[in-house]
Design a protein around this ligand. Structure first.
Ligand code: PMP
Length: 353
């Protein structure tokens, strides 16, 4: 027998490219264009490197406490991981274990089917409607769990809390995960529904609205029971995942709420302005409440625009996938970055025969 027959074969997730060019405009992986809260840099400079001799706190206690206080829950309801990808991956492993198919939208975060395949979880996708909205009745079929981002990625479309609750009400026997990676740019979080639904898990990240994609911090909030199950699996897998600097700097980011509101507000304002200008250039898009727009042009193919932008060192995201191959996902950067993008597009689209 060949050892190769026993290998767990998977098709990995493909992340957006991470170029490092001096004058590039990077609008392809939904990072924050502003620096983390000022206290983060201050603390980083003061860090006592002698502390790195020791293992970090496996429970990430100070960060869990800061998040519990910020979101008005108790600390047994909070779980922290190495980016929300880590939290989501562990949640798939922990909660989607029935043998019945889990459900998620046909157009959504492209890591979900990768984790499902990795863990051998059967899944079924439910088609978004013409306006890219979830059709809640699709989530009434038998299933082994449900996950969707809100706002969705890559569309940016926000579902109303009533829709989230309708799905929860119809599914009391499975875990429902709401991936709120982009909730801080204008969405309404499902967190208040935790009081009613023990099977709800809300996942968020520091990578977008807290400008810390490089530090890798994600977290989720749920009932104590749900969080307890997640911890059991985490501590059966790898205890010391979150490094000490991330734990220390993460607390500072959570505490500076004024800066958080200022930067997320600024990004939302830029997004609203760019919506108008993109429309004038012949683009259309669903009404995003995230820190990106999902755009398609009236006449010019998305791939041509993608390639032209790339040659100009402006990076956006394109997927060669059903339903979305004529769309580009454009992260909202600073006003200046967006002006450079718009100027390029104006010229490029204007010069086409
Ligand atoms: N969920 C969604 C919907 C995302 O788009 C992303 C970013 N790729 C993530 C989760 C994961 O982000 P992170 O691991 O940086 O927290």
């Amino acid at each position: 027998m060949s050892w190769e027959e026993n290998v767990r074969r998977v098709v990995p997730y493909v992340a957006g490219e991470q170029p490092h060019k001096e004058h590039m405009i990077k609008l392809n992986t939904n990072e924050c264009p502003y620096p983390p809260a000022p206290g983060v840099a201050r603390l980083a400079r003061q860090m006592d490197c002698n502390a790195l001799r020791l293992y970090p706190d496996a429970d990430t206690t100070p960060l869990v406490e800061a998040l519990a206080e910020r979101y008005g829950v108790n600390r047994e309801q909070v779980f922290v991981g190495v980016g929300s990808d880590d939290v989501l991956s562990l949640a798939f492993l922990t909660f989607f274990n029935s043998g019945r198919p889990i459900l998620f939208p046909d157009v959504t975060y492209s890591f979900y089917d990768v984790w499902a395949n990795l863990y051998r979880i059967p899944y079924r996708t439910c088609a978004l409607d013409e306006e890219w909205h979830i059709q809640p009745e699709d989530y009434r079929q038998e299933n082994g769990g449900i996950i969707f981002p809100n706002p969705n990625a890559p569309t940016g479309v926000l579902e109303r809390l009533e829709t989230v609750e309708e799905i929860l009400r119809a599914n009391p026997d499975v875990v429902v995960i709401v991936d709120e990676a982009y909730i801080d740019f204008g969405g309404v979080s499902a967190l208040p529904l935790l009081e009613t639904y023990e099977n709800l898990l809300v996942v968020q990240t520091f990578s977008k609205s807290r400008a810390m994609a490089g530090l890798r911090i994600g977290f989720c909030i749920g009932s104590e029971k749900l969080i307890g199950c997640l911890k059991d699996v985490k501590f059966s897998f790898n205890s010391y995942t979150m490094n000490l600097p991330a734990q220390v700097l993460g607390v500072e980011a959570v505490r500076d709420d004024a800066y958080f509101r200022e930067t997320t507000g600024r990004i939302a304002a830029t997004r609203e302005r760019v919506k108008g200008e993109m429309r004038e250039l012949g683009f259309s898009f669903p009404d995003s409440q995230a820190n990106f727009l999902f755009v398609t042009h009236r006449t010019v193919p998305a791939l041509s625009i993608f390639q032209a932008l790339r040659e100009a060192d402006i990076y956006v995201r394109h997927w060669d996938k059903p339903r979305i191959s004529n769309f580009l996902r454009v992260t909202i950067g600073t006003d200046e970055q967006m002006d450079r993008l718009l100027a390029f597009l104006r010229e490029y689209l204007g010069n086409r025969p």
